[in-house]
Design a protein around this ligand. Sequence first.
Ligand code: SF4
Length: 344
Amino acid sequence: MELVEILLKKLNKNAVVTEIAKDKDPFKILVSTIISARTKDEVTEEVSKRLFKEVKNVNDLLNIDEEKLTNLIYPAGFYKVKAKNLKKLAKILKENYNGKVPDSLEELLKLPGVGRKTANLVLTLAFNKDGICVDTHVHRICNRWEIVDTETPEETEFELRKKLPKKYWKVINNLLVVFGREICSPKPKCDKCFEEIKEKCPYYEKIKHFENILKKFNFKKVSKNNIPNEKGTYILKIRLKEGKKIKFGKTERFFKKGYYFYVGSAYGNSINLKNRIERHLKDDKKLHWHIDYLLKFGKVEEIYITNEKVECEVANEFMKKFDFVENFGCSDCRCKSHLFYLKP
Ligand code: SF4
């Protein structure tokens, strides 16, 4: 929670929907939250301003022509689907809720285009009720900070409901949306992050540790088309886009979405970095080693090589800060693993 506290002191900017919510109009908050899904902040802001000049309440939304509504909310993501949902929403609000936005999670979730994220945000911003709105930013950052260990935003919401003190429930979304858009984005801009956060961020600690490993063993990054015909040790950074159950031999294991670092080496007769790594990269390779099974689903994003014979030393260094995956050691060593995990 220390990290949340630091951000509360440092950030003094609001997400667009929080700004719109300042006049506490549940209708506008609900509509702008629906528009904001998969849409850039600037677009949500522009579209909401334009829309609310013409559509101020449920009756206006009911009466507006769908084509005109579609044009008004363009270029928000999925604007055609959203326009359809907004028309349905107006009808349901009028017929079932007397033209008012309901103030309970259960009722909000029955509305078209409203998922848990939107429902929680409306509850907190419009009705000042307890709720935790978990979108992709909250999910990603809470995992990077190791407050939770989850695969989906929904799981994160349920974990936060157990772990996060109530005083943070209403503020966490606004805080992490702004921070996630500007600094802790999918590719985090750690060099722009606050020093106090870097000091305590578990994710940053791992990234720095990885950089130190590269330095310590003289690794250099190479492209897939430029792997030298030499002996040495290599690291593959593999990205798994979605969590996946993978079967290798008699074992089946769930691999979490994120990054995997595989440490291997190329020594011995007729083996070199080029032919060994290219074999990993081939789509139609025979499934020989455990890593081949992961590579069926994961994509090699980065390759590092060194001419030093240090496979197990490198694996031991990873072991100090990273989570490891069992059964991925090399055949002739005593290391617990040569495969390490980093959250997305
Ligand atoms: S140090 Fe990097 S990973 Fe950690 S919170 Fe800052 S931007 Fe995110």
